[in-house]
Design a protein around this ligand. Structure first.
Ligand SMILES: C[S@@+](CC[C@H](N)C(=O)[O-])C[C@H]1O[C@@H](n2cnc3c(N)ncnc32)[C@H](O)[C@@H]1O
Length: 529
């Protein structure tokens, strides 16, 4: 089937001026923060809290230590009168200790934030940072402590110091880190959930109070003390709070549903190699899906892993490497790019998602679900399944689902060999990725196999124009997309000839496409059987 034989139409998604202007102002502030301490004292913790959230805890910790230690060493070296090699080694050693103490609260935030939901999760960072700074005071030599302490950073920001003069250094640390954690929490909820309303109001009130107090003292000519008070009472309270919150988070660990308790869903699962049905085996709480011929697929964090060595060869392996690297900040880069262009993301997602024929009670599968960005555009009351080849992308998907209050069954596997029985889903769709699969035709045939007869299938992806204009130009992706073996084509020709209602729609002036077709048969009839 050729493109000419399908009906082709176009949907435009326009950029908006005010959101674009706002996004550029915010982006500029973050850049300024690297050079102006009064700005950096606010933007630094925001970047830290965001960054650790995009990484697995240990990797985030290692990177943060490196990113804290190296610039601090470069900028603070001259402050210390180092006259000998042993003196230099001692200073470097203390700086490493100081970097660890500075980074630990962010790791604490990462670990606790993943287990505590809602506004409470924003307290881990300020409690940890204030407590850690307080513990560092008697531990670190004075020079090293002041080089890292918040009391040094905002020296040129006397408004903030006026607040510190009243409430102590501990209050400044708490305030800047609580603002950071709250902003990142709201960013992750896309600033639009009703749930953020109370926190946003509280944040505005606290900031207005701090600014009002600082400015009032400044205008009244209040002198700043030589050394700010430490704020000992608050620091002890924060230490106690951090221990309490950490303990509570540990106690209420995420409990993933067991596959043994879900026989209906488990009955749909098949070996991607042999198509054999699978049963659940459990050993000391560790579940494994096992076929009658003895193939074993482990379940980790509630996600069955159906990947076989051959799934990660060729282009699948090449692009998997990319997604494992960027999985933590895939959503953020997309959101920032859209914001800087003033694009309404809802409009873009809905341009293809509204094509799905989905209603409450349906079972829906997205192949290559990634971080799950499309799932929140599904109607309520559907049973969602998502499969992807990248563990890092699925990890972000799990975090997103928790944030959005959605439930879905997630699977690690190859879209070219789906681990499901024939006709398992009412709705099957795929967005992004298929053009770079080893065998896009096989992936399409698999989508058709697991869809119920009569269902409408959707495949949406970027066009060659988009791949050239973006992926080939962005430094981190360019080496994966330049000199490709094949150009992106709309895979109409790969749709089997017996499919009905084949239709292509171009989105965003030809940068994306949405291909839909119907599997022949009567959906209601097959469902009833
Ligand atoms: C561009 S992302 C799209 C993610 C998501 N569907 C979205 O719209 O945001 C492409 C996704 O395809 C996944 N992927 C690549 N090759 C795959 C394969 N052979 N089987 C399953 N998923 C694959 C990647 O891991 C990645 O998550």
């Amino acid at each position: 089937m050729t493109e000419e034989e399908t009906g082709t139409m176009s949907t435009k998604v326009q950029g908006k001026r005010f959101p674009r202007f706002l996004a550029w102002i915010v982006a500029s502030l973050f850049v300024l923060g690297f050079f102006l301490p009064p700005v950096g004292v606010w933007t630094g913790p925001v970047l830290g809290a965001w960054f650790v959230g995009t990484q697995r805890p240990w990797r985030g910790f290692e990177w943060m230590v490196a990113l804290t230690f190296v610039p601090s060493l470069a900028s603070n070296w001259r402050m210390f009168a180092v006259t000998s090699w042993s003196g230099a080694a001692e200073t470097v050693g203390w700086m490493i200790v100081a970097s660890l103490l500075m980074v630990l609260p962010f790791t604490f935030h990462r670990l606790v934030g993943a287990r505590v939901s809602g506004p409470l999760s924003t307290l881990a960072l300020p409690l940890g940072a204030t407590a850690s700074q307080w513990l560092a005071l008697p531990l670190l030599p004075a020079g090293i402590f002041s080089a890292f302490s918040v009391s040094r950073i905002p020296l040129s920001s006397s408004t903030l110091l006026q607040v510190g003069a009243v409430f102590g250094v501990a209050a400044l640390t708490f305030l800047t880190h609580w603002v950071a954690a709250t902003l990142v929490w709201m960013w992750n909820l896309e600033f639009r959930r009703p749930r953020i309303a109370v926190s946003a109001g509280l944040l505005a009130a606290v900031l207005a109070f701090a600014a009002g107090l600082g400015l009032a003292r400044q205008f009244a000519g209040a002198a700043l003390p030589e050394a700010l008070p430490a704020g000992t009472g608050l620091a002890w309270a924060c230490l106690a709070g951090a221990i309490g919150l950490g303990g509570w988070a540990l106690w209420r660990r995420d409990k993933q549903p067991h596959w043994a308790e879900r026989p209906v869903i488990a009955a749909l699962l098949r070996s991607p190699s042999t198509g054999e049905a699978l049963h659940v085996e459990s050993d000391s709480g560790q579940e494994t899906l096992v076929s009658s011929s003895g193939e074993r697929f482990p379940v980790r964090d509630g996600i069955p892993d159906f990947r076989r060595p051959e799934d990660l060869t060729g282009d699948n392996g090449k692009y998997n490497h990319l997604y494992e690297m960027i999985g933590g900040f895939y959503d953020d880069t997309q959101r920032v790019a859209c914001a800087l262009k003033g694009l309404d993301r809802d409009e873009y997602f809905l341009a293809y998602m509204r094509k799905l024929e989905v209603k409450a009670g349906d079972s829906v599968l997205e192949t290559s679900v990634g971080t799950g960005l499309n799932l929140k555009y599904l109607p309520q009351g559907v049973q969602i399944s998502g499969l992807d080849l990248s563990a890092e992308m699925l990890g972000s998907c799990q975090a997103n689902l928790r944030r959005w209050g959605l439930e879905a069954d997630l699977y690690l596997g190859n879209a070219e060999a789906l681990p499901f029985a024939d006709a398992s889903f009412d709705v099957v769709f795929h967005v992004g990725g298929i053009s770079f699969f080893n065998d896009p035709g096989k992936a399409i045939r698999e989508m058709i196999r697991v869809a119920r007869p009569g269902s409408l299938l959707l495949i949406s992806d970027e066009t060659e124009e988009y791949a050239q204009k973006t992926y080939e130009r962005i430094p981190i992706t360019s080496r994966y997309f330049k000199n490709r073996k094949r150009a992106v084509t709309i895979p109409v020709g790969l749709v089997p000839g017996d499919m009905e209602e084949v239709h292509v729609e171009m989105i965003k002036g030809g940068l994306f496409y949405a291909l839909t077709f119907r599997k022949p048969g009567d959906r209601l009839l097959t469902r009833a059987q």
